[in-house]
Design a protein. Structure first.
Lengths: 257, 309
């Protein structure tokens, strides 16, 4: 437990003291919540506008979670490998899975912090959410799935891309490109059919659609992301990404040759 | 008692044999310098002893155990700066203390003592990004000397340090040696290796020589060089100096002569006395000792710094 908490405290402090991580994970999504709240709601009926703002805040919250997992986590792994910390840790009686749990817990903490701040900014700008009761814990469950999937991709990137800048840019690239083609930045209904299929299969965009469906209302999503088959697919692929990332990291991430 | 035993160690990367039948013994409490140029295999050897890498064939033992099962005895300081620049010196040490299994309270107390030992108490709460190279290296050595550590492996710890920082670093190492910790210093700097009790020279993945610094110099017939300048260069001076030099060899320098001796300290005073008795005024006399770089050159016909590139 001491090794997990040591890895957690170190990673959390480093993330919270890294200006670029804070900017891309917290400030950048907030800026887009502000821009989106004023730019994309002009033609909507006044009674619907707060829920559109809510949907925008949720999309940007998901983007913040993606950046935390897909860019900050691999940056932490690749950085520690590049600066010799990994060699130092291998020489110590430290278990890789404990380091993994500490690191990922720090990313989860930053993710929830970023998510909360983005939602608060959205609410301050007039976003409203329709969800209540059991829908709130369900939405939190989908937030957790986004974190799992993002962290899985981040673990794979951090393990396979040895160079620090390469790991960061690959993570940001995956986050931005998959967001763009899966409907995170644009309504699902304007996507071409192949990308609509991708949006339903990609666990992050399908989880985001589920959160919007639960908190901003079903009218804000062009398909039902809460059918049992869709939820099963989202859950299975989110955990699959996390498991593959974890196995890669614990098997290959701790090898220098 | 042997702290480290390495026998017939072989390690290859692809088709390149980095270590080729290396043997090495380090006794408990010994300060062993492993010296060689870049690419000689010394860092690979250190990382195998530190359980970071594994060998292809051969035996490596730390206190009779496979290094992977002796990690609690091994303190390893890689060449790269691994401390986190975003954390303070104290936070870095508490992180490593917690990884070693100390509770928060134990870690706080122990870290305060260690910061004192490495001379960083006053800078403890500054972020490491603001540390000088020497301070950072001392902090990183502190991560490798927790109680129970019996073998300290330092990979090129003084690279990039100025002379004052190097002196401070080795003063700290002297303090560690007093605790009977065995130290393996990886270096390509002869003056660093001079401080060790035993020096192993490695080149091309093979150990090419081993001994105390003085033994290595004697064994390879390297002499002290004494440069003598007198008021005038005369045959009489030359004749006196020939009696002191090995094989009667006397070289000439611009303003005087050079003689060679394996016992420069003693000869120096005798030269001054005899020349004085013969009526020759000594204007300047100085002795330079052979270095471990000279030993490396004698063995390989290559200068260490050139080989290091």
């Amino acid at each position: 437990m001491r090794q997990i908490s040591a890895a957690y405290i170190k990673a959390a402090k480093e993330l919270l003291r890294e200006k670029s991580a804070l900017f891309w994970t917290i400030a950048w999504p907030m800026i887009w919540v502000i821009i989106g709240s004023f730019s994309f709601t002009g033609s909507a009926p006044p009674e619907v506008t707060p829920y559109i703002k809510g949907a925008i805040a949720i999309s940007m919250m998901v983007f913040a979670l993606m950046i935390a997992g897909m860019s900050n986590l691999p940056a932490s792994i690749a950085g520690d490998r590049a600066n010799g910390l990994l060699a130092k840790l291998i020489s110590m009686p430290v278990k890789p899975y404990k380091d993994f749990l500490g690191r990922i817990s720090a990313v989860i903490t930053l993710s929830f912090l970023a998510a909360a701040l983005v939602i608060v900014v959205g609410i301050a700008l007039g976003a409203r959410f329709a969800g209540a009761g059991v829908q709130i814990p369900q939405a939190i469950g989908f937030v957790f799935l986004v974190i799992c999937a993002s962290a899985g991709v981040g673990l794979m990137t951090g393990t396979l891309i040895k160079n620090l800048q390469g790991a960061i840019m690959t993570g940001v690239g995956i986050a931005v490109i998959t967001s763009a083609i899966s409907g995170l930045f644009a309504p699902y209904e304007v996507l071409p059919v192949p990308l609509q299929t991708f949006a339903r299969v990609y666990p992050i965009s399908s989880a985001q659609a589920a959160i919007v469906h639960l908190l901003a209302g079903p009218d804000m999503v062009a398909y039902n992301p809460l059918t049992s088959s869709q939820v099963t697919l989202t859950v299975a692929l989110s955990f699959a990404l996390l498991v593959v990332g974890t196995v890669l990291y614990t098997r290959l991430g701790w090898k220098l040759e | 008692m042997l702290a480290i035993r390495v026998e017939d160690l072989v390690k290859t990367y692809g088709s390149r044999r980095v270590l080729d039948g290396v043997n090495l013994d380090v006794r408990e409490g010994e300060f062993y310098a492993l010296m060689g140029p870049n690419g000689s295999g010394k860092t690979t050897l250190a990382s195998i002893i530190a359980a970071v890498r594994t060998q292809d064939t051969g035996i490596v033992e730390v206190y009779g155990k496979n290094p992977a099962h002796a990690k609690e005895f091994i303190g390893y300081v890689p060449q790269e700066n691994f401390s986190s620049p975003k954390l303070s010196g104290r936070e870095n040490l508490i992180y490593f203390a917690s990884l070693m299994g100390y509770s928060r309270d134990q870690a706080n107390q122990l870290v305060a003592e260690m910061l004192e030992n490495v001379g960083l108490s006053e800078e403890a709460d500054k972020r490491v990004a603001k540390y000088s190279g020497g301070m950072r290296k001392r902090l990183e050595v502190a991560t490798a000397i927790f109680p129970g550590i019996k073998v300290l492996i330092l990979d090129e710890p003084t690279t990039g340090l100025d002379p004052a920082a190097r002196r401070a670093f080795f003063s700290m190492i002297q303090g560690i040696m007093d605790r009977k910790t065995s130290i393996v210093l990886i270096t390509h700097i002869g003056s660093d290796a001079e401080l060790a009790s035993t020096v192993g020279l490695i080149d091309g993945g093979k150990m090419i020589a081993k001994g105390t610094p003085d033994e290595l110099k004697r064994k390879h017939a390297l002499e002290d060089v004494i440069t003598v300048e007198t008021a005038a260069k005369t045959d009489s001076v030359l004749s006196v100096l020939k009696d002191f030099s090995i094989d009667g060899r006397v070289g000439e320098s611009e303003a005087g002569y050079r003689i060679y001796s394996q016992n420069g300290d003693r000869v120096l005073a005798d030269v001054v006395r005899i020349l004085d008795q013969a009526g020759h005024k000594v204007m300047r006399i100085e002795m330079s000792r052979p270095t471990l770089e000279d030993v490396f050159f004698a063995l390989t016909d290559r200068h260490l710094q050139e080989a290091t590139g």
